[in-house]
Design a protein around this ligand. Structure first.
Ligand SMILES: [Zn+2]
Length: 133
């Protein structure tokens, strides 16, 4: 009789451990999705700044991101949430990798990237936002 009671407690323990592990994985996944959403918002905001720069410079892309006017791009200024604390306040945009495209580069050429997530997130020369595995 004592043995079956121990087996029952062990069974409850295994079930409880499994539920806690599944809950932890779920919460971790939700947190990662929230960080991806915040980061994609920053990338898209940066894209608009790049386009504004191009309109003022005869279609030319900036050579560096610090040529852009970040004062009013609140979403983009924060940069990637996974890089918080690595850059000065208001300069989180430095967490993105920017590659100025050549004039003859195709529209699907990546120009702005974040690699800090499970999926690579990028903006193409044509302005498209993509998530890649
Ligand atoms: Zn990011």
């Amino acid at each position: 009789m004592q043995r079956s009671r121990c087996d029952l407690l062990l069974c409850y323990g295994v079930i409880a451990t499994t539920l806690v592990a599944a809950g932890y994985a779920f919460v971790r996944d939700v947190c990662e999705r929230a960080k991806e959403a915040e980061c994609s918002s920053g990338l898209l905001g940066s894209r608009f700044l790049i386009e504004a720069y191009r309109q003022e410079h005869n279609g030319r892309y900036p050579m560096r991101l610090d040529e852009l006017d970040w004062r009013f791009a609140h979403d983009a200024r924060g940069g990637c949430p996974k890089a918080k604390g690595q850059f000065p306040e208001g300069e989180g945009w430095r967490s993105y990798l920017y590659i100025p495209p050549r004039d003859d580069a195709p529209d699907d050429t990546p120009i702005l990237l974040c690699w800090r997530h499970s999926r690579l997130m990028l903006i193409t020369k044509g302005g498209e936002f993509k998530k890649m595995r």
